[in-house]
Write a protein that binds this ligand. Structure first.
Ligand code: AMP
Ligand code: MG
Length: 288
């Protein structure tokens, strides 16, 4: 058990972004700095992580039923094909879907646009006891909004501080944020986009706009670097190497497990006397 905790601890240390020295170019998207060495090994480890995650998530849910306010919010960001959807499927698929709330953020609707950029985000914050997942998030408002010039520069620059305030509020309300940047190389992205276009079963995932975003890969790198460096105040960012799907899934599962272990959620004590209830149950025959 001690060995397991030590491992999870170093997983978060290894992937945690140091806001003072952010250099995405120096991070190898295919790296496997810790943990499983192969897809097979990763599958075994993820299965074990899943059992513990499931147990802890149920405890968190129970704590919420008992009036606890704590919850977890996994924020997934990354370029197209970085594997946000695959991570949700493989990692969140390890726990009871009843306790999970997934929210995906695409281009804002006219209604969403008529409010401040955090309006639609606030509405999707998981309730107490839940494990929430954001597939894209409020960070798009300092990423695509900046790269595509959707708002003037002074507007997106103001947002870093607003995001820090918003996240500090969440933390105050009992939300543990696990923010993962899925770091993918342009070469791997090309491979996955080709696969999407060539496979009729995957074509629905492709969006011609993906190529426009891909053409701005370096501008996105810069925007990601600033977002990760400037918005690590209330909760750290983790940069997860995402060129290998099995490694990405293992890493995010490990980070989530670390967060839940740190929370150590507790099932509430019953509000009744189990001995009394057991006696009542044993004595009563409903058909008599
Ligand atoms: P997908 O995640 O593949 O469904 O794509 C969602 C699209 O919505 C991406 O192109 C995002 O850049 C875009 N998007 C998400 N949030 C925003 C936002 N706040 N402003 C503009 N575009 C956004
Ligand atoms: Mg897409």
């Amino acid at each position: 058990m001690a060995k397991k905790s030590a491992q999870v601890q170093s997983v978060s240390d290894i992937f945690r972004v140091n806001p003072g020295s952010m250099d995405l170019a120096a991070l190898d998207p295919a790296a496997t700095p810790i943990g499983p060495r192969s897809k097979e090994e990763a599958a075994g480890e993820v299965a074990r992580i899943g059992e513990e995650l499931d147990e802890l998530q149920e405890a968190l849910f129970a704590e919420g039923v008992g009036g606890g306010r704590r919850r977890v919010l996994l924020v997934l960001q990354g370029m197209d094909t970085s594997g946000k959807g695959g991570t949700i499927r493989h990692v969140l698929g390890l726990v009871n879907p009843h306790g999970v709330r997934v929210a995906a953020f695409g281009r804002p609707t006219p209604e969403e646009r008529s409010h401040d950029f955090l309006w639609r985000i606030r509405r999707q914050v998981p309730p107490p006891g839940y494990l929430g997942v954001f597939d894209r998030s409020h960070y798009e408002d300092v990423l695509v909004a900046r790269v595509d010039g959707l708002v003037p520069e002074d507007e997106w620059r103001r947002r870093y501080a607003l995001i820090n305030e918003f996240e500090a509020d969440l933390v105050e309300q009992g939300v543990t944020l696990v923010k993962c940047f899925l770091h993918i190389s342009p070469e791997k992205q090309k491979e996955r986009l080709l696969a999407r276009l060539e496979d009729p079963l995957k074509q629905w995932k492709y969006d011609p706009a993906d190529l426009a975003a891909r053409a701005k890969f370096s501008a996105y790198r810069e925007a990601y670097r600033d977002a990760l460096a400037r918005c690590s105040e209330a909760a750290p960012w983790y940069a997860v190497p995402a060129d290998r799907k099995w490694y990405r899934n293992w890493a995010v599962a490990s980070l989530l497990l670390g967060a839940l272990r740190d929370l150590a959620p507790r099932r509430p004590a019953p509000s009744y006397d189990p001995e009394v209830e057991l006696a009542r149950l044993r004595d009563a025959d409903p058909l008599r």
